[in-house]
Design a protein around this ligand. Structure first.
Ligand SMILES: Cc1cc2nc3c(=O)[nH]c(=O)nc-3n(C[C@H](O)[C@H](O)[C@H](O)COP(=O)(O)OP(=O)(O)OC[C@H]3O[C@@H](n4cnc5c(N)ncnc54)[C@H](O)[C@@H]3O)c2cc1C
Length: 452
């Protein structure tokens, strides 16, 4: 390969054996160990354009990595050219206008740190090392979503390099079709070099924490939670999380290794202790630490549970509600959970997410009231078969209580046939736009929407 044609690149061009090559291709999900031929660690939108032009002209397989947290490892392909956006770290905020613009390598932690200096925030995922733009291109939900919507509902504009190498701005009044497609269509339509997001007044103090119960009465607790959540204001978010207690000192020794139900909660109002009191009184909690704290700490609360560099699989469904069948299925499968890093939870949606017109963005889950998600995690390759078997069986059993839809960012590597279901009625328009913006499917290392 004649890489001298990439000499305009200001960032670094790496080949196998170069210092930094292995780090640049590493993914959060270490189940996948992919080796591109070439990595361009982009420093700017011009570097991104040079890389796209080079890949197109040399007919190279192209992959694009932001934060590297794709559960299905879509962001690093074997062979071809990898565009690594992680060096692109600029965050520009206009506190008065309540907007922020982030480049392609910015993580949720970096965005929150900048915006919270002004008591502002925008909805982002609840694990802080996730890439902002990678999450936003599929939807992007977090503690703030029931109040302020998904990340895509907060996008004002995007700077994009398209498959033919053009650098364009997409917004409601400029390249409006592309703007529509980007807000949910994943990386199918171009490389987004920067994204402008709307900010809201949040924190810096909020109420957050967890209330942990033994799993024995999980069915009753989840039914209580369903009714509690139905009346809860949009400022409140709470994930009923199920996992096996790890053998560490934070947890009482008698709980080690046992399954638990943990209400991981967040309330934008730091004075809302009374509101969450009923969740504290369901029984004798193993651990209870719902308290006033910093928003940025709430946003990192899950980080330690999902460390980078282990093996994972993600399986998910959209649910129209928390039916008895869904609860009973959770109660049946959690005690048989396999994998030391495995967790399963329900994700309350609705609120502002459900109030957006379903055709306003490609995101297909506007009418879902809950998400169901299993993240099975393990370290030892020998455990792989049993973990995957348990996760698949659980996921299949939950399908009977699900809508058939799924949040695209949570699709597993072996479920690419679910992409159209993720977009539902919006899929046909996405295919048309893919034909228009990327007719040769240069951007295919993603949850792919093939051109018509
Ligand atoms: C531990 C963990 C926790 C998570 N928590 C949440 C959560 O709370 N809420 C939620 O909504 N999601 C969550 N997710 C899912 C997350 O939103 C997706 O995995 C997301 O795609 C990750 O983005 P990334 O940039 O980190 O990943 P990457 O692996 O870098 O990219 C993911 C996909 O987006 C494409 N892409 C990335 N950046 C760009 C760009 N600038 N232009 C074009 N294409 C691009 C890549 O090619 C790839 O196809 C979580 C994932 C993990 C692993």
């Amino acid at each position: 390969m004649d890489i001298s044609k990439l000499r305009s690149v200001v960032g670094r061009v790496l080949e196998s054996g170069d210092a930094g090559f292995d780090e640049a291709r590493a993914l959060w999900n270490a189940r996948f160990d992919r080796r591109p031929d070439l990595i361009v660690r982009c420093a700017s939108a011009s570097d991104v354009k040079a890389s796209i032009d080079y890949a197109r002209e040399h007919e190279l397989r192209l992959s694009v990595k932001g934060g590297g947290h794709s559960y299905a490892a879509n962001s690093v392909a074997d062979g071809g050219l990898l565009i690594d956006l992680s060096p692109m770290k600029a965050v520009r905020m206009d506190a008065e206008a309540r907007t922020v613009t982030v480049e392609g390598g910015v993580t949720c932690a970096e965005l929150d740190a900048a915006t919270q200096e002004q008591g502002l925030a925008t909805p982002t995922p609840t694990v802080s090392s996730v890439g902002v733009i990678g999450a936003a291109l599929g939807g992007g939900s977090g503690y703030l979503s029931r109040k302020y919507g998904l990340m895509i509902d907060n996008v004002i504009s995007a700077e994009v390099v398209t498959a033919d190498g053009r650098r364009l701005r997409a917004a409601s009044d400029e390249n409006a079709d592309l703007f529509w497609a980007l807000r949910g269509g994943g990386g199918n339509f171009g490389v987004v070099t920067s994204l402008e997001l709307r900010l809201h007044k949040v924190g810096p103090q909020v109420l957050s924490g967890q209330i942990m119960y033994p799993f024995d009465d999980a069915g009753d607790h989840l039914r209580f939670f369903r009714d509690f959540m139905a009346e809860a204001p949009d400022e409140f978010q709470c994930y009923p999380f199920c996992f096996r207690v790890p053998p560490i000192d934070v947890f009482p020794e008698e709980s080690h290794g046992k399954p638990v139900l943990v209400f991981v909660l967040y309330h934008e109002d730091p004075e809302a202790a009374e509101f969450v009191q009923p969740l504290r009184e369901l029984g004798e909690p193993i651990l209870e630490e719902a308290r006033l704290g910093r928003y940025v700490d709430a946003q990192t609360g899950f980080d330690a549970n999902m460390p980078k560099g282990q093996r994972y699989v993600s399986k998910a469904h959209d649910l129209s509600g928390l039916s008895d069948g869904a609860i009973d299925t959770m109660v049946e499968f959690v005690p048989r959970m396999v994998g030391p890093l495995t967790a399963a939870y329900f994700d309350p949606l609705g609120g502002a997410v459900g109030r957006v017109d379903p055709s306003a963005t490609p995101y297909g889950g506007r009418s879902a009231r809950y998400g169901f998600h299993v993240i099975a995690g393990w370290m030892d390759a020998a455990e792989e078969e049993s973990v995957l078997a348990w996760a698949s069986e659980f996921h299949s059993a939950m399908a009977a209580h699900a809508t058939g839809g799924v949040y695209v960012n949570l699709i597993a590597d072996d479920e690419t046939d679910r992409v159209s279901a993720a977009y539902g009625a919006n899929y046909a328009r996405l295919v048309e736009l893919k034909q228009q913006w990327d007719p040769t499917n240069l951007f295919s290392s993603n949850f792919n929407i093939p051109p018509s």
